[in-house]
Design a binder for this molecule. Structure first.
Ligand code: ATP
Ligand code: MG
Length: 264
């Protein structure tokens, strides 16, 4: 059973899939941007890069100077959010950036007495307030992914309509159920199809989507994210899709997906 959100409550969502290159970062970037851009009132959004690859950080055009604090310093309570975040383009979007140094921080996080509640506790106690927090995970079921799951109210899974992705989805849900059963309730907000190409492997893709829908019921979201080159062109320019081309299919799809996420 999902607990309903209370109005005006901080919402933390995590984008997770242990399969690599399936669109987690692109989703975290553009769902976060849609939350910030299309709210009636100015909502403050924090997007957390929890991947040592730092792809989300780079997708927002952020290049960290050597020695700058990153997400690891925040999670290890060495720095408050205000000292680590990077604001995107004078907007209501802040990024909590990552780089390769997060690999070493992860070892310390894993061995700390707070684990796996580190990120949850740090977000709760930090004086800087947000309306939405979106967390991007690495493509592994690692300690970082675990703290992201424990910190969130709902987690969301991007699914490419391919056979191996579908098999991986079952394993992933099994893993998250296991964490839930060990005392920290985490809730699946939804699974959604990404990089959907209606012209390639049409029948096979649709069959897999039907199988996922049957398995998940209304946890399978109705919005599909179509394959759209503007999404990676935007990242190459360090922008989210709404700043790059708000009329693109990528912008339309991520706007619709965000509406579904917020309204559910
Ligand atoms: N709908 C889409 N259409 C076209 N390109 C896309 C789409 N979604 C993502 N991409 C591109 O695919 C690549 C992989 O996407 P992304 O980095 O979001 O995946 P990821 O799951 O975060 O990868 P990783 O597992 O390495 O963290 C990126 O170059 C991204 O721009
Ligand atoms: Mg990524």
């Amino acid at each position: 059973m999902q607990k309903p959100y209370i109005n005006n409550q901080l919402r933390i969502i995590t984008i997770i899939n242990n399969k690599g290159g399936v669109g987690k970062t692109t989703t975290a970037q553009n769902v976060g941007a849609a939350m910030a851009t299309f709210s009636k009132t100015d909502k403050q959004v924090l997007i957390v890069d929890l991947d040592p690859q730092g792809s989300l950080t780079k997708s927002f055009g952020i290049s960290l100077e050597k020695g700058s604090p990153t997400v690891g310093s925040f999670i290890l309570s060495k720095e408050p959010l205000s000292q680590v975040i990077v604001n995107y383009n004078h907007s209501n979007i802040d990024i909590l950036p990552a780089n390769i140094g997060l690999i070493e921080d992860e070892e310390v996080i894993k061995d700390s007495s707070e684990f796996p509640f580190n990120l949850k506790k740090c977000l709760e106690k930090d004086p800087k307030k947000y309306d939405f927090v979106v967390i991007d995970c690495p493509p592994t079921l690692s300690a970082l992914t675990k703290i992201a799951l424990i910190a969130c109210h709902r987690y969301y899974i991007p699914l490419q309509p391919e056979y191996l992705s579908y098999e991986g989805l079952r394993e992933l849900i099994h893993y998250t159920n296991h964490i839930s059963q060990s005392g920290s309730s985490i809730f699946l907000g939804g699974v959604f199809a990404v990089r959907f190409n209606p012209y390639a492997n049409k029948k096979f893709s649709r069959e897999l989507i039907e199988m996922a829908k049957k398995q998940l019921g209304d946890r399978f979201l109705t919005t599909y994210i179509r394959e759209n080159s503007d999404l990676y062109k935007a990242q190459a320019q360090g922008k989210h899709i709404f700043d790059y081309n708000k009329a693109s299919n990528g912008a339309i799809d991520y706007y619709n997906l965000t509406k579904e996420i917020i309204l559910k």
